[in-house]
Write a protein of this length. Structure first.
Length: 261
């Protein structure tokens, strides 16, 4: 890891320790994913204020690693970009929580990639105009690409051909993407599912567009939107290797909203 110092970043998780301390997992521009102890963070407004909230970009002043341990020390944090208003919308909060959980679970420790931090901030900015499945699919696809696990959508992961992907194609998360009709019989693992042509083209379009870009969603049917969502959830679920807590939270929120109607 590089030398300690000040770096902008976001909080991925906090854990209370003792009477006033916090263990804070951060994703920072200079250091990547790190964990640090913030002494007195639950009582010191002067050193931390509200800068350790989940939806806040802050400058974090990191000290040296604690002797004999993996934790660094967090000396101070100063908020520089506050998106905590997103928490007022339960769906936007769920989408933001999901994105942070993916970064927490998929990024290697102390391996900085500034583009990942920029992607999180870009998603928050997009969510500020309203939650969008399109933005979330774009976040998933671009994060996976940054991590070296890009989803194959324009070629068959079995034979490498780019034709025959629209009729009878399936999505195989374990193999890394779409499987053409000819190769589909060889994909029989957990999570394999049909991938309609419209859903595949939708994913290709959102992967190439800014997260806040509109267009195209109105022409996508509900079944295709669900197919695109389920394909990506299967893919990231395969990468993480365990259920994602935020997915259950988002499902509960949607179920609650539907019940009220």
């Amino acid at each position: 890891m590089s030398e300690p110092g000040t770096s902008d970043g976001v909080v991925l998780r906090t854990t209370a320790v003792g009477e006033s301390d916090l263990v804070v997992m951060l994703y920072t521009r200079a250091h990547g994913r790190v964990s640090a102890i913030a002494r007195g963070a639950r009582s010191s407004r002067r050193r931390f204020g509200g800068a350790l909230g989940m939806l806040i970009v802050s400058d974090h002043v990191l000290g040296r690693r604690l002797r004999g341990g993996e934790l660094w020390s967090l000396e101070r944090a100063i908020a520089i970009h506050d998106r905590s208003a997103l928490a007022a919308d339960p769906i936007a909060l769920g989408h933001a929580s999901y994105a942070l959980e993916l970064v927490r679970e998929l990024t290697p420790e102390e391996t900085p990639d500034p583009a990942i931090l920029d992607l999180v901030i870009e998603l928050w900015d997009a969510l500020a105009t309203g939650p969008s499945p399109r933005a979330l699919r774009g976040f998933e696809l671009r994060l996976c690409e940054l991590l070296g696990s890009a989803v194959a959508l324009d070629r068959c992961v079995g034979c490498g051909r780019g034709d025959d992907l629209d009729d009878g194609a399936v999505f195989d998360p374990a193999r890394g993407g779409v499987v053409c009709r000819r190769c589909a019989p060889t994909s029989r693992g957990l999570g394999v599912r049909p991938l309609p042509a419209a859903a595949r083209r939708h994913l290709l379009a959102v992967a190439a567009a800014p997260l806040g870009a509109g267009g195209g969603d109105g022409e996508l049917g509900d079944d295709d939107r669900v197919a695109a969502r389920d394909a990506m959830l299967a893919f990231v679920g395969h990468l993480v290797g365990k259920p994602l807590k935020s997915v259950a939270f988002v499902a509960q929120v949607h179920a609650g909203l539907t019940t009220r109607r």
